[in-house]
Design a protein around this ligand. Structure first.
Ligand code: ACO
Length: 309
């Protein structure tokens, strides 16, 4: 009966065991996971755009090869995550459609422009740094396929974070103009990176239930604080300032000033600097890829017909 299945599910969650695709799960649990995993997958795919913008302009062949590999990693992350979402009974095509029609979100961070080469460093250091802090606990998510996908994704994210820091470290020892470019990039990416963790805990509608289900392991504000504590000493190594006059060390933590939640809300509503461009580019890429999907389907049909002969 449903009550028995619910009891079994509650026991698995209480024992911190994993829920697998064939297990019974409450409709709300399934729906929340589809939402979060799909948003996460969309973020990886949309997140390729700001960096792809710099592939042809990377300052050396080596930098170009690294950036190219990184952007390809993001495509891979998107694919594992769509795969994990599909284990919950949704079709990838349906999720893409929800993204293209603005009915499913992707991370706010990817609606900001990448104006200089230093932005490649700032994205690696701050954006991927924030992504790791948010995603390492997801390796222990109660839903098995999502948790397992996160293990590999986090390993690659750590590499991305290191490469970003290394770009900035190189700039920090360069010319005065390079130092200014570095500081400008950090100024522009700092606050949007803090917004990546989502709304404050008392305005986060999904947190309590997601934590009870073992989908989220820490609150948005806890992870944000962890990120700030980790990042401030790294900024000192780079010799940059963070654009927050209220930042101060107190009782074991770096306390930060108020976040502009009106800006976050505007970006979520589609009014960030690059929202339109990101979605238009994604839709066009999807349309341009129609022939690949048609060819793959025709090939699969031919193989099926042949095997049935
Ligand atoms: N950008 C866009 N939307 C956001 C963001 C953000 N930075 N933060 C929160 N939201 C959305 C939530 O998705 C939720 O939307 P919905 O309920 O309308 O679908 C709404 O704002 C309210 O927020 P919460 O109740 O706090 O939502 P949730 O419990 O899902 O927590 C969080 C948000 C922390 C982002 C969570 O979904 C998560 O951990 N996701 C997995 C990680 C991820 O998606 N990372 C993507 C960026 S990192 C990268 O790709 C490099």
């Amino acid at each position: 009966s449903d009550a028995e299945q619910q009891r079994r599910f509650d026991e698995l969650i209480a024992a911190d065991e994993r829920i697998e695709p064939r297990d019974w799960m409450p409709a709300g649990y399934r729906k929340t996971l589809i939402r979060q995993i799909a948003q996460h997958a969309h973020s990886e795919i949309i997140g390729m755009q700001p960096e792809a913008n710099w592939i042809t302009r990377a300052p050396s062949l080596k930098r170009k090869a690294i950036l190219l590999a990184k952007v390809q990693d993001e495509a891979g992350h998107g694919l594992y995550l769509y795969g994990a979402a599909e284990t919950l009974g949704v079709e990838r095509a349906e999720l893409m459609d929800l993204l293209h029609t603005g009915r499913q979100k992707y991370s706010s961070i990817f609606n900001y422009p990448t104006l200089t080469w230093a932005d490649m460093g700032a994205i690696g250091w701050l954006v991927d740094g924030a992504a790791i802090v948010n995603q390492v606990p997801l390796c222990r998510c109660s839903y098995g396929p999502y948790a397992r996908a996160m293990v590999r994704i986090c390993k690659e994210e750590s590499f991305h974070q290191r490469q970003g820091f290394e770009i900035l470290y190189t700039l920090s020892r360069g010319t005065e103009a390079q130092g200014e470019m570095l500081q400008d990039a950090v100024n522009r990416w700092w606050w949007p990176s803090l917004m990546m963790f989502g709304p404050p805990d008392d305005e986060s509608p999904n947190s309590a239930q997601s934590m009870a289900w073992g989908i989220k392991r820490h609150s948005n504000d806890d992870l944000r604080q962890r990120f700030v504590d980790m990042t401030v000493p790294q900024a000192e190594v780079l010799g940059v300032t963070l654009p927050d006059p209220e930042l101060k060390y107190d009782d074991g933590h770096w306390r930060y000033g108020p976040i502009d939640w009106a800006e976050f809300a505007a970006v979520l509503k589609g009014r960030g600097p690059c929202n339109r461009q990101r979605i238009e580019h994604r839709r066009k890429a999807h349309e341009d890829g129609a022939w690949v999907r048609e060819a793959a389907t025709a090939y699969a049909d031919k193989q099926t017909a042949r095997s049935q002969r």
